[in-house]
Design a protein around this ligand. Structure first.
Ligand code: AMP
Ligand code: MG
Length: 511
């Protein structure tokens, strides 16, 4: 017999940010079946996995029972989608159940994706289907295993309903998503468009307390810089593993610095800095190489909402009155101009921070100790060789360590233009100089994954799952959640897609 479980919810968002959500119940599901449960994450959350597997647990995971202490809400947010403002987006197919304090004392949002219509659904059905739910599950868990900040999947369940999508009737599903919060750049845009600087202040102060407690309360300029820094680190991390998010709309950029919303995302196989997979990204706005500038674009939207607060923190000459509320028009105007200049500088700090983080990560990928002024060029040269030879991004970096292990041809054998490559390899070995090869190879293997969720394998696994066969999904999950350890029997997970696959491969947003 199972007993009802106590979930230690403490719902600060619902309590402190009235007006930023609608109370909302998840829709009931007729015939739930558990498809995947993340035992390790359940453990972190102090939830008992065997209870979650029981009928009572499943009823919670599918939204049929709302656990004690939960206050389900649909969050409101705006966002710029492909550069254009959508004044009201919000959780159209998601519900935030509440906030749990995990075993390490961290506050984690527990939410459902695909739990039915909400006041923000507009024309949508509020549902999700199994394939994209499992895609978010496996890619998010791979990102986590790669050490990249991300929202995570606690569970995937089918609801027993079928849902109409372009491809036909598909199994409905719900993802239980865990996030350090769901605050987005778009949440700030909503406070700004539908509220006032005072609404933004309330939100910013909430975000500072929740995600940047090291800052002084009310340090809105510092807050902007802190978000910029986290995003610079995040985007550099994406670039270092060949990840393309695919839909970096401002509603899909978190304040916490976690990756969110695995819709049309993909890992590149053959390296091409212009790679884009998303069916709707016809202009290539969210292509691989454009991710840093797009992050800056999104961060300037956040900055815009914070300008009045930064101005308000500027103290006028008499040293007492905040400039923005000063009665003197000129003083106010000057304070705003100064705040714009300050915010601009803070957003512009993204580029050098992201480049530094990028170079730090690529130095590690090449095993380079110390810093040499020519390191960036060494990286660039390898990337351009990879691009010309359509070399596999993940495989090339992983194989470089084998060169140090004595397999001199490990990379060369997969390159067409070997002359240029040989010259590069000699230069790289020269740069490694006296470094011990065995130690360096080990360090490289700790940052260059052997297994990533390769597009062709993800597609196979999801199709099999939709056809009722979960084996391929479970094997893929097993490979990518221990990405740095090469294991016998998993060879096909390390190989690039069959010829021609990548050129035809297109990803879709729709969950
Ligand atoms: P996303 O592509 O996940 O970033 O979603 C963009 C917006 O569309 C969000 O406001 C979603 O809640 C909403 N949305 C996406 N799919 C659906 C759906 N099937 N039903 C209702 N709203 C949806
Ligand atoms: Mg989204």
């Amino acid at each position: 017999m199972t007993t009802a479980m106590h979930w230690a919810f403490d719902n600060t968002y619902a309590r402190e940010l009235e007006g930023y959500y609608e109370p909302w119940q998840p829709a009931a599901s007729p015939d739930p079946t558990l498809v995947a449960l993340n035992d390790a994450l359940a453990g972190e959350l102090a939830l008992d996995p065997s209870w979650l597997r029981s009928d009572d647990g499943l009823a919670v995971l599918v939204g049929n029972t709302v656990p004690d202490g939960a206050e389900p809400i649909a969050q409101a947010y705006s966002g710029h989608q492909f550069g254009y403002l959508s004044p009201m987006l919000g959780d159209g197919r998601a519900v935030l159940l509440g906030e749990l304090i995990d075993g390490n004392g961290n506050r984690r949002d527990i939410s459902f994706k695909g739990s039915g219509r909400t006041p923000f659904s507009r024309g949508g059905d509020g549902k999700a289907v199994l394939g994209p739910v499992l895609r978010e599950y496996v890619v998010g868990e791979a990102m986590h295993a790669l050490g990249i900040p991300t929202t995570r999947a606690l569970a995937a369940v089918t609801t027993g309903e079928t849902v109409l999508r372009e491809q036909g009737m598909l199994p409905g599903a719900i993802l239980t998503r865990v996030a350090s919060s769901h605050l987005r750049v778009g949440t700030f845009e909503m406070a700004n468009h539908h509220g006032s600087p005072e609404h933004v202040r309330k939100l910013a102060d909430y975000a500072i307390a929740r995600h940047y407690p090291e800052l002084d309360a009310g340090d809105h300029a510092g807050f902007l810089s802190a978000v910029v820094t986290r995003q610079a680190e995040l985007i550099a991390a994406w670039m270092s593993i060949g990840f393309i998010h695919g839909v970096m709309n401002s509603d899909n950029m978190t304040i916490s610095g976690e990756t969110i919303d695995y819709g049309p995302c993909a890992f590149m196989d053959a390296y091409d800095d212009q790679r884009v997979f998303s069916s709707i990204d016809t202009g290539g706005r969210y292509r691989y190489a454009n991710q840093p500038p797009i992050a800056v674009w999104n961060l300037s939207l956040l900055a815009e909402t914070l300008v009045p607060l930064i101005a308000d923190n500027t103290v006028v000459d008499d040293g007492r009155r905040p400039a923005e509320t000063s009665q003197d028009e000129d003083v106010r105007k000057q304070a705003i101009d100064d705040a714009i200049a300050d915010a601009t500088r803070r957003v512009e700090a993204f580029a050098p921070q992201c480049s530094d983080a990028y170079l730090r990560r690529f130095r590690a990928k090449l095993g380079l100790q110390g810093k040499d002024a020519a390191d960036q060029q060494l990286v660039d040269e390898l990337l351009s060789i990879m691009k010309l030879n359509q070399a596999d991004f993940t495989g090339t970096f992983r194989r470089l360590a084998k060169v140090l292990g004595g397999e001199a041809d490990a990379v060369r054998e997969r390159i067409t233009d070997v002359t240029t490559y040989d010259a590069w390899q000699a230069k790289w070995l020269d740069r490694l100089g006296e470094q011990d090869h065995a130690t360096t190879a080990k360090q490289m293997d700790a940052v260059n994954p052997v297994y990533i969720p390769r597009n062709h394998l993800v597609e196979q696994a999801l199709q099999a799952a939709v056809d009722g066969e979960l084996g391929p999904f479970e094997q893929l999950l097993d490979a990518v959640t221990d990405p740095f350890t090469e294991r016998p029997g998993l060879e096909r997970y390390a190989e690039p897609a069959p010829d021609g696959f990548t050129d035809r491969y297109v990803t879709f947003c729709g969950t």
